[in-house]
Design a binder for this molecule. Structure first.
Ligand SMILES: Nc1ncnc2c1ncn2[C@@H]1O[C@H](COP(=O)(O)OP(=O)(O)OP(=O)(O)O)[C@@H](O)[C@H]1O
Length: 769
């Protein structure tokens, strides 16, 4: 019975080779999860009888971390047996295994690389969870400590008492991590961190298996002496909750010691046997001080055979539910240093046909009133998208100078446009600080969804804009009456004109779904644009207006088939809230802010959404726009994937490396390390998305849309030799080189969108002013 519950090495191997029915039997919450068999000993049963060679086990959940000490070759045999049990009985969805060792032990641990539990499932930046040098060891420990910082003990986890750690560990739910530490390379500070992990790691489901060299306990070197020698050799071993010291002339016995988590040998006096040791289970009766456990050990060849048998196996998708990050779907992958929006949108070749197909599919599946779906960029599980209609209604982008706010707003606008027809979704763009040094949001005005662009430099125009925006809200409120936007669109007999839009026969004055003749903004189809650089500010604004007025007469004969959702995207919102002295738009900034705040207050019901970017969160924190933002994005230049050696060139390097970003006062992710950017240049566009019930946020790399089409040469496959010792490095990434003189992705997309809009007869809403 006990043999079956805690299988011996032969059964473990058969389970892997089969694969047998016991494979990965211990799911999260299994009573024997993380309980490992170290060997066997004769024991007294509860009824007083003798159990011959019954398993001796240790529950890692109780003891936190386990130390193994003895002559290296013997410890290796025991460690192989322990790790193999864990890998055979726990699926990769329930357990990940990490190795931190040194290059001299490469051959000894090479079998481990075959185990599926070594695959990075939480977005770690490596091919396998291995560390054979100082840099890899630092990367692995950083990944683990970050998890503790985000865990129940918070950033002060390292100084938490063992009792606090144990209490937090008892409450831990979710997958676990076992870190094998065997002669870790690197500086003393790393060993210190590992020792702290040995004490407190279990609070975040992290358990260490610390191996170290020591003389086998024997009359020549009594147990206390061997244990002291092991503690002196390894700080993580000394900090382990339970230690097993090999004993006997040929080190085939085992004695178990209860450490107290700080290196002291509290349990040593009574530890010549195994009885009464906290965290050690499977011993049902006192076995006396002289009992010796016969150790389980397997050879390197055994381990290689075992691991290769498991190598091709993966947990079924259904078994992964809830593991590693809480939701179903593909496992997490490391974030790239840069992302191309068109790739994330699945529109690498943005053609009118692909956009028409997308719009048609959206019309079939979306709820009444449509969506406002925007892909932000690359997330840990593929493209990261938000729906303002479902998740918003409004969004806020915080980030210091140069973190990529303007680019993210452009990508937001472009991906909103790719998801819906221009007659179902209208975009209004506001550059709160004028166009500034760059082009600001003006580069997006070729998207057929954009009805109006305001650069906040001309007070007269700004006031007109504020007034027109307020009138638009009023018009919508009157039109919808007491219904909200979705309910209004869902009404029966609503003259929406079907999913195809266009040609609706609703009477503009009489049908409830259509705007009253007096209040209707006319709809003007836009001619397709070209992909040349946009003309100068004034000229372009005039063009936009001319296009719309010229066709207004023709459009006036047509009723408005569909009240579109309206998204107002505002860059440099802080410059509107607190305009600089002497800035030309200063006299009218207040009126624009008030109009935007009205959207923040009432927009949700009217199908109007606000997306604001603020470079000075301290200035905008008290605004209604910020208070009502359900979606918050914090752009933070901290490189989550530090540059790795040999990386010749980082793609899409910031054009302004000298604008050293200061930690944002509201930045949720800002840490002392945030501004320092150790290990590489800050990566613009790196950020976190916070949804209302998501305190931790989802990291992402914003998709760039004003880059140019990549050279085909950079998209060819890269072939690199793989060696075990380099598997812990970040995967080699080929720097993306763009075609120097081609059109930008935004221009390509805008041109395709214009052609798609024309063939779908999906007119743009008329300009506000
Ligand atoms: N997702 C991205 N990928 C690659 N490069 C980016 C990305 N986003 C921005 N950049 C680059 O970083 C630089 C700064 O971007 P951007 O102007 O959008 O930042 P910002 O936060 O709006 O700055 P500011 O507040 O000074 O206007 C630009 O050179 C831009 O090309």
């Amino acid at each position: 019975m006990l043999q079956r519950r805690w299988p011996d090495p032969a059964t473990v191997l058969m389970t892997a080779l089969g694969p047998g029915s016991r494979l990965w039997e211990r799911a999260q919450g299994h009573p024997d999860a993380l309980t490992v068999r170290l060997g066997s000993a004769d024991q007294l049963a509860a009824d007083g009888g003798l159990l011959v060679a019954a398993p001796v086990t240790v529950d890692l959940r109780q003891c936190g971390s386990l130390g193994l000490a003895g002559p290296p070759a013997r410890v290796a045999g025991l460690a192989r047996s322990v790790v193999a049990q864990l890998a055979a009985l726990h699926s990769p969805a329930a357990l990940e295994i990490v190795l931190i060792s040194g290059e001299e032990r490469l051959a000894q641990w090479s079998w481990l690389g075959w185990l599926p539990q070594l695959q990075p499932m939480r977005g770690q930046d490596c091919r396998l969870l291995l560390a054979y040098d100082g840099e890899q060891a630092t990367a692995r420990t950083d990944e683990l400590t970050r998890r503790l910082e985000d865990g129940p003990l918070g950033p002060g986890w390292a100084s938490a008492s063992p009792a606090a750690a144990a209490a937090a560990a008892a409450r831990h739910v979710g997958p676990r991590t076992v870190v094998v530490v065997d002669g870790a390379p690197g500086p003393a500070a790393l060993h210190d961190t590992l020792a702290r992990l040995a004490v407190s790691g279990s609070a975040a489901g992290i358990h260490l298996l610390c191996l170290t060299e020591a003389p086998a306990a024997s009359p020549v070197s009594p147990l206390p002496m061997s244990y002291e020698a092991a503690c002196a050799a390894s700080a993580p071993f000394a900090a382990s909750g339970v230690a097993a010291v090999l004993s006997g002339d040929v080190a085939t016995g085992l004695q178990i010691v209860h450490g107290n988590g700080d290196g002291a040998t509290s349990g040593i006096a009574g530890a010549t046997g195994v009885s009464g040791v906290t965290g050690v289970s499977g011993i049902t009766g006192a076995t006396g001080a002289t009992t010796t456990v016969t150790v389980d050990a397997v050879s390197a060849a055994w381990a290689e055979r075992f691991a290769r048998a498991l190598a091709p196996l993966r947990p079924a998708a259904s078994a992964q539910g809830g593991a590693f990050g809480g939701s179903d779907g593909p496992p997490t992958v490391p974030l790239p240093d840069s992302a191309r929006l068109l790739d994330e949108l699945g529109l690498a070749r943005a053609t009118p046909a692909s956009l028409l197909a997308r719009w048609a599919a959206a019309a079939d599946e979306v709820p009444a009133g449509g969506r406002a779906l925007a892909v932000l960029g690359a997330g840990p599980r593929g493209a990261l998208a938000v729906d303002l209609a479902a998740d918003g209604p409004h969004a806020l982008i915080d980030g210091t100078a140069g973190t990529g706010k303007t680019e993210l707003l452009r990508s937001f606008a472009a991906s909103l446009a790719a998801a819906e027809r221009p007659d179902r979704l209208e975009l209004i763009l506001v550059d709160g600080a004028g166009a500034g040094a760059g082009e600001g949001l003006r580069v997006c005005t070729d998207l057929p969804h954009v009805s109006t662009h305001l650069a906040a430099t001309d007070p007269v125009r700004m006031r007109e804009f504020a007034q027109a925006l307020s009138s638009e809200l009023k018009r919508r409120a009157e039109l919808l009456d007491r219904l909200d936007f979705t309910a209004w669109h869902a009404r029966p007999h609503h003259g929406e004109g079907g999913s195809g839009g266009g040609g609706d026969a609703a009477d503009p004055g009489g049908t409830p779904g259509a705007p009253g003749a007096g209040s209707a903004r006319v709809v003007a189809p836009r001619p397709p644009g070209d992909i040349d650089p946009p003309p100068s500010d004034t000229l372009h604004t005039l063009n936009l207006r001319a296009q719309r007025t010229a066709s207004a007469a023709a459009a006036a004969t047509r009723s408005r088939p569909f009240l579109p959702r309206l998204v107002v995207l505002v860059d440099d919102f802080d410059a509107l809230v607190a305009p600089a002295l002497g800035s030309p738009g200063r006299p009218a900034a207040g009126s624009v802010v008030r109009a935007l705040e009205a959207i923040a207050r009432d927009g949700a019901r009217l199908g109007v959404h606000l997306v604001v970017a603020s470079g000075r969160p301290d200035r905008t924190a008290d605004t209604v726009a910020v208070e009502r933002a359900g979606l918050r994005i914090v752009l933070d230049p901290r490189p989550l994937n530090p540059a790795h050696p040999g990386e010749a060139e980082r793609p899409l390097r910031s054009e302004r490396p000298d604008t050293a970003p200061a930690a944002s006062p509201r930045s949720v992710t800002s840490t002392p390390a945030a501004a320092a950017a150790p290990g590489g240049d800050p990566a613009p566009g790196r950020g976190r998305l916070f949804r209302p019930e998501d305190a931790g946020g989802t990291p992402f790399q914003a998709g760039r849309v004003t880059g140019r089409i990549p050279r085909t040469a950079t998209q060819r496959p890269t072939v690199v030799p793989l060696e075990w010792r380099r598997m812990g490095d970040p995967p080699a990434r080929r720097p993306l080189r763009e075609l120097g003189n081609g059109p930008t992705d935004l221009a390509l997309l805008a041109s395709a969108l214009q052609r798609a809009a024309q063939s779908a007869d999906a007119p743009t809403a008329p300009a506000l002013i």
